[in-house]
Design a protein around this ligand. Structure first.
Ligand SMILES: *Cc1c(COP(=O)(O)O)cnc(C)c1O
Length: 386
């Protein structure tokens, strides 16, 4: 099976991880701050907090921004469930903003309309979570302008987008948001096995997220309610979690970061190759907004039933049966049973639902060969035109 995504671990990565295994720290040692420094510097962010997943990063980002019961968080319905679940962890309410049918990102016009209506009802969101779908940056300038006008905070879910650029600057630099979150799950751009990171230029948010990542415990006398009882002393000053990344994982992350730019260029080259090979087929290829430079986590095509003789499900099945690991990113979150129980229903976000009926992720990862790509194209051509 040619999978839709796959990590690359080199002999050098393995050596770097093995080295850590014979050192003094497997967790809470020097590798985590080193990884944070490298990612923070790469992105041009002042603070970076490594955690054990992007889901954890989203959770502590929401808490650091003060999200709680009675508050609202809005995100895109075309995302992994974690972008919405983080609000529910905090006891807040979730709602969605429909997507732009060209970029598949949260649509700023839809956002503005929803904000106008929400203001009248006194239900404005405290946080909006734009998701850089497939690695393509959202229209952050427009979203930030609305944030200033309507008073919401912004968490970029950049799980797909490390190494991408917006307005020629790295995603994660915090110019258009309060916090940016990355994922290092193996299918993403770089990996630590499981892992994530939250980046921010606000030192107070950084301090709060650092506390929340590790039980709400501090050893910093400046943060304590009274002077330390002694050298052994620590204080729990908030209710936090164990969301720490290990030194073993961080060592892998440090090693992977050396290839980030190469990875993104390779993904662009592969996407360009798909673009050329698929040009004459009855499908929609990924459209790229000129303001962004995607990290190309995913190559999503849209298949339109009226242009072919098979159904979407038939094409999907044919490809899977012949060893092509196509996938669907994502099932609209509001249509999941858990969210339907919260009151969402089919028809709520028509662009997202139309996208769901047509979208197919083709295999895209740095080690895919041209022969494998050709096989994907040949079988897809057969499925769409025979
Ligand atoms: C992968 C992903 C997440 C969750 O990442 P984990 O590191 O697995 O917790 C969140 N949001 C999006 C958009 C993702 O693709």
């Amino acid at each position: 099976m040619i999978p839709y995504g796959r990590h690359e671990v080199t002999p050098e990565d393995i050596e770097n991880v093995i080295k850590v295994l014979s050192l003094d720290f497997l967790t809470q040692g020097p590798q985590v701050p080193r990884f944070e420094q490298i990612v923070g510097d790469y992105c041009g962010a002042q603070n970076a907090i490594a955690v054990n997943s992007a889901t954890s990063a989203l959770h502590i980002a929401c808490l650091a921004l003060g999200l709680g019961p009675g508050d609202h968080l809005w995100t895109s319905p075309i995302t992994f469930v974690a972008s919405a679940n983080c609000a529910l962890y905090c006891g807040a309410e979730v709602n969605f903003v429909d997507i732009d049918p060209r970029t598949y990102n949260l649509c700023p016009n839809a956002l503005e309309h929803k904000l106008i209506a929400a203001e009248k009802e006194g239900r404005l969101p405290k946080i909006v979570v734009p998701v850089h779908m497939c690695g393509q940056p959202c229209d952050m300038q427009a979203i930030q302008t609305l944030g200033h006008k309507y008073g919401f905070k912004i968490i970029e879910d950049a799980s797909h987008a490390i190494g991408g650029k917006y307005q020629r600057e790295p995603v994660g630099n915090g110019r258009y948001s309060d916090i940016t979150v990355f994922s290092f799950h193996p299918v993403k751009i770089i990996t630590t096995g499981e892992g994530g990171m939250a980046l921010t230029n606000d030192i107070e948010l950084a301090n709060r997220m650092t506390l929340l990542r590790s039980h709400g415990i501090t050893r910093d006398p400046a943060l304590m309610t009274h002077a330390p009882d002694g050298a052994w002393y620590y204080q729990q000053i908030d209710l936090g979690f164990n969301y720490r990344l290990t030194d073993i994982q961080a060592a892998l992350g440090v090693s992977q970061m050396t290839r980030l730019d190469e990875y993104v260029s390779r993904r662009h080259a592969l996407a360009k190759r798909y673009d050329a090979l698929l040009a004459d087929l009855p499908l929609i290829r990924p459209w790229q907004h000129p303001a962004g430079h995607s990290a190309f986590h995913l190559y999503v095509i849209r298949i339109q039933g009226k242009r072919i003789r098979r159904t979407y499900a038939e094409v999907f099945q044919m490809l899977r049966a012949q060893g092509v690991g196509v996938n669907l990113h994502y099932i609209p979150v509001h249509t999941q049973p858990y969210y339907r129980r919260l009151g969402f229903k089919l028809g709520d976000f028509p662009q997202a639902e139309q996208y769901y009926a047509e979208a197919m992720s083709l295999p895209l990862y740095v080690t895919i060969t041209e022969a494998e790509q050709d096989k994907v194209v040949r079988l897809l051509t057969e499925a769409l035109t025979s």
